[in-house]
Design a protein around this ligand. Structure first.
Ligand code: GLA
Length: 701
């Protein structure tokens, strides 16, 4: 039984991990264990019963509560803060009852005095060693309650104050840097206040004792399944208790919970790996692929995107010419990016008017789509549904539809204003206009872009509390996208927000892939891709070969992009015969490797850090075939040879590895330092792809 209630302890067990908590003597719901699964129920520790520490810290302050409210002499960072109608501003959720089945547990808490119920949800995902948590707040009374902070959960680590935090940070064109830093005492806050999950920090964390690596060591990790403002507040208390609050950001947040109403937080997903960061990533990858991605079993088509070749200068002839070239190279899908719709001659006009521009496509878009389809490719289009240019028919008709304060200037971001998707009429308009577009043309692929962050976050005619905007906007976004998916299940969606500005788990419920950066310089991409891979599988990672970094050999640029779902965005009309031939060969090779990359297990063999030598490997689920990518970005001063060891082979099966002599057992290969000669000369970027193949099931000595 994955969920047990044993001697007052809730024991939640996945295949390899366990998470426990129970009521302590003070009747607080206190955490007691998160780590490896133990053999017997009696092995797990009972919740702690801390006493006070002098007159300054009550027991409540010292108890690792599963979902602490703001109350008592308790100064840790709470999960819940609200104001009741009579002005009382603390909240005491106390245990009432629980309901459980094999994999879900609901704990009902209720405020000691006020009619507020808090339900804590736990969902086990045993075979992936993951646990999902969220909370529902219900107003059982007849006057509203104002919620001011409602996190999804607090995750507790084993007692200790020497953890290391791994997280991702970045900015536009420079996403997903991996940062590892000792977790300081006090609060460490990572957050977004931009209305999107943002390029700047990512709603994911990992904690370890400081020594875990790709293959070994205990790692606790978690993320928030949400695309709006979020907050991770990791706290190390003065009593060596380390915990992580995670949820919708309470910055500028307020929610009016009316009589009889409920508010549900987004889920947080977390896990424990006893085998380092590699296993932690693979647990998430498997789960995302098997349960989140909408079209997870369909091979992603190699696409061509014309953005960097033609920018806004889009019209039939050039697009048709590019499509012909793309098909010749082996592309399976052709998409027009920005610039195809009414009045879109620069970034200052047209956003919001989702009909093809007749000057660019005399006689309609059908002719181009037919040309693309006749070449054997699917057709795709770019959209930016959440934005509007002031110079557009939509804005002229509905200037009140944007997020704004009436007394403030409406500040432009990339010449656009932000439509208020919290409004039902805006949602309905988007559903109607995009549904019409998708019904009118044979569109198989759509890129949903989002190119600014919010300012003046006002909602003048909000029906209730205007600060609900932060959450209602995201719910509106999900409603629009979900409805379009339901109506057009054949469409593959790519999510983009100026590259990776909305890279979060919830997005992958709607979009099949994420365009992770506008920066497609191959050397920088390797580390952006590595950051992405800590959380998400290659199946969700859209990569392009473009003209950025054209000084780098085409082969290296392709190899880097082949680590994800390959696309091409270069001006292929300008490629000479040799470049086109090389690209054709590499695309064919990619199609052959695609099942391994899209559906296989990832091993990061050498990090994309300053050593100049990076390598990763994908293995099929049955461990019979694999592929290894190795890259040399500069010539290391002190490393005479570039060596690495492969992973993920069956120890007693026999394999060959392309470029290396012999047929060896998995054990042997995994313990041999394979030497790579990637130096092509000073300044040369060397890269290689090596196939790994099982040749015999068992190795008999
Ligand atoms: C953003 C995207 C690009 C491209 C442009 C089009 O910058 O990240 O890929 O689609 O918008 O305007």
């Amino acid at each position: 039984m994955p969920i047990l209630y044993h001697k007052g302890l809730f024991i939640l067990q996945t295949d390899a991990t366990a998470y426990t908590f129970g009521l302590n003597q003070a009747r607080l719901l206190a955490h007691s264990y998160w780590g490896r699964r133990l053999p017997y129920a009696d092995d797990y520790p009972a919740p702690a019963n801390p006493g006070a520490w002098g007159p300054f810290n009550n027991p409540a302050h010292l108890t690792p509560e599963e979902y602490p409210g703001y109350e008592d002499m308790k100064y840790i960072d709470p999960c819940l803060k609200c104001t009741f109608a009579d002005g009382v501003r603390d909240v005491s959720p106390r245990f009432e009852s629980f309901e459980a089945d094999a994999e879900t547990l609901r704990i009902h808490l209720r405020d000691e005095h006020y009619p507020l119920r808090v339900t804590l949800h736990y969902r086990l995902i045993p075979q992936y060693d993951l646990i999902e948590r969220w909370a529902t707040l219900t107003n059982l009374g007849d006057v509203p309650i104002t919620l001011e902070r409602v996190f999804s959960a607090q995750w507790h680590l084993p007692v200790g104050d020497r953890y290391r935090l791994t997280h991702l940070h970045g900015r536009w064109f420079d996403e997903m840097h991996i940062e590892r830093t000792p977790l300081a005492r006090g609060l460490t806050v990572l957050e977004s206040r931009r209305l999107t999950s943002s390029h700047h920090h990512y709603p994911w964390f990992a904690l370890d004792a400081g020594s875990a690596d790709e293959e070994s060591g205990a790692v606790w990790f978690g993320l928030l399944d949400w695309s709006g403002n979020w907050k991770i507040a990791a706290e190390v208390t003065d009593y060596a208790s380390t915990r992580v609050n995670i949820g919708i950001n309470d910055w500028d947040f307020a929610w009016q919970l009316g009589a009889g109403e409920s508010f549900e937080t987004p889920p947080t997903l977390a896990g424990f790996s006893a085998a380092g960061f590699g296993a932690a990533s693979r647990a998430l990858h498997n789960y995302v692929r098997d349960h989140i991605l909408p079209h997870s079993d369909v091979p992603h088509k190699v696409f061509y995107n014309s953005w960097e070749a033609t920018l806004f200068d889009v019209e039939f002839e050039t697009q048709a010419e590019l499509a012909t070239h793309a098909a010749d190279l082996g592309a399976e899908m052709f998409m027009i990016d920005d610039g195809w719709y009414k009045g879109r001659f620069s970034q200052t006009t047209g956003l919001g008017d989702w009909t093809p521009d007749e000057r660019k496509f005399p006689g309609g878009l059908e002719r181009l789509i037919k040309h693309v389809n006749d070449l054997g490719m699917d057709f795709g289009l770019w959209l930016e549904p959440e934005m509007v240019n002031p110079d557009s028919d939509l804005y002229r008709a509905h200037p009140d539809w944007v997020i704004h304060y009436p007394t403030r200037e409406r500040r432009l971001g990339r010449d656009a204003l932000h439509l208020n998707l919290a409004r039902a009429d805006v949602q309905d308009h988007l559903i109607e206009s995009l549904d019409h577009l998708l019904r009118s043309y044979n569109i198989r692929y759509a890129k949903w872009d989002m190119n600014r962050n919010v300012s003046e976050p006002g909602w003048p005619d909000a029906p209730g509390e205007p600060r609900e905007l932060w959450v209602r906007y995201v719910q509106g976004l999900y409603r629009v996208w979900h409805t379009l998916r339901e109506k057009h299940p054949q469409v593959i969606w790519q999510s983009c927000s100026g590259g990776g500005g909305r890279t979060d788990l919830a997005m992958l419920r709607y979009s099949d892939v994420i365009w992770i950066s506008d920066n497609s310089h191959a050397a920088r991409r390797l580390s952006i891709q590595e950051g992405f891979s800590l959380i998400f599988p290659a199946a969700a990672m859209q990569t392009w070969v473009t003209d950025q970094g054209a000084e780098i050999p085409l082969r290296f640029r392709f190899h880097a992009a082949m680590c994800g779902m390959l696309g091409i965005g270069a001006d292929i009309r300008k490629w000479d015969t040799q470049q086109s031939d090389e690209a054709r060969t590499l695309i064919a090779q990619y199609k052959d490797l695609r099942p391994l990359i899209q559906f296989g297990d990832l091993y990061r063999l050498r990090p994309a850090d300053q050593s100049g030598f990076t390598a990763l490997q994908y293995m099929s689920k049955d461990q019979s075939t694999g592929v290894l990518f190795a890259f040399c970005t500069y010539i290391p001063q002190h490393e005479p040879s570039l060596t690495l060891r492969v992973r993920g082979l069956r120890p007693d099966h026999l394999y060959t590895i392309e470029g290396f002599e012999g047929m060896r057992s998995g054990t042997a290969w995994m313990n041999l330092d394979l030497q790579f000669g990637l130096y092509g000369g000073l300044g040369t970027f060397g890269s290689t792809i090596r196939r790994i193949a099982q040749v015999e099931k068992k190795h008999h000595v």
